[in-house]
Design a protein around this ligand. Structure first.
Ligand code: ATP
Ligand code: MG
Length: 202
């Protein structure tokens, strides 16, 4: 049986916050692999500056190139429109029944996940690793974790992680202004963004 971490998101573009979370969660939870799954067109992010799925997928591929344990899946970008997390996770479980899946996300998602489509099916399909910022008060999170575990039979790990203050939104803005994003995005991805002229205009 393999333990697989799943990270979903827009990855517009992928940055070291995502990569360090994947890397550390892999070691700290003994995961065999981490699969990164860029979303299709998200109903939550209607911004026009979300690049097409294939481009966001390509940038994750570039970032994951030298890491055999890191994979990028195109299951969601191949769909037209948005795919719900529960659908993707159920599909993965069906395709790989021998694997154990761990859905990795920022702990703030614990407070919104009940508003996602079919949260009970998400919790049925996988365990959750919720990355908590080291300095954030975890009492509220602890309470939420217990509440979700009781309500949905969920399995949730609160993962103390030194979250970096870095977001794709901020990076897109820096690129638009012609500022450096060195060290925040892998070099090969920076080169690709420059070559394609991404994020230059809103
Ligand atoms: P945007 O600014 O466009 O919202 P983002 O940087 O927040 O982008 P997403 O693609 O929305 O990135 O996030 C994908 C996943 O990575 C989410 O689970 C999110 O919680 C997590 N994540 C995002 N930024 C960080 C970070 N700096 N450290 C750790 N996890 C992060
Ligand atoms: Mg975000």
């Amino acid at each position: 049986m393999k333990k697989i971490g799943i990270m979903g998101g827009t990855f517009n573009p992928i940055h070291i916050g995502h990569l360090i979370l994947a890397d550390r969660a892999k070691d700290d939870f003994g995961l065999d692999e981490v699969w990164i799954i860029p979303t299709g067109c998200s109903y939550m992010k209607k911004d026009i500056d979300v690049l097409p799925g294939e481009e966001r997928y390509h940038m994750v591929l570039l970032a994951a190139k030298d890491k055999p344990w890191m994979k990028c899946l195109d299951v969601e970008i191949k769909h037209s429109g948005y795919t719900y997390s529960y659908e993707t996770l159920e599909q993965l479980k069906e395709t790989y029944p021998e694997n154990e899946f761990y859905f990795i996300f920022g702990a703030d998602c614990l407070f919104s996940i009940e508003c996602w489509k079919c949260p009970e099916r998400i919790f049925d399909a996988c365990q959750v690793i919720a990355a908590v910022r080291n300095d954030s008060s975890t009492e509220e999170m602890q309470q939420k974790k217990i509440e979700l575990e009781q309500k949905f039979g969920a399995k949730i790990e609160l993962y103390s992680f030194p979250r970096l203050e870095i977001s794709s939104t901020e990076l897109r803005e820096r690129i638009r202004l012609g500022k450096s994003v060195s060290y925040m995005i892998p070099e090969q991805v920076i080169s690709y963004i420059a070559k394609k002229g991404f994020y230059k205009e809103l």
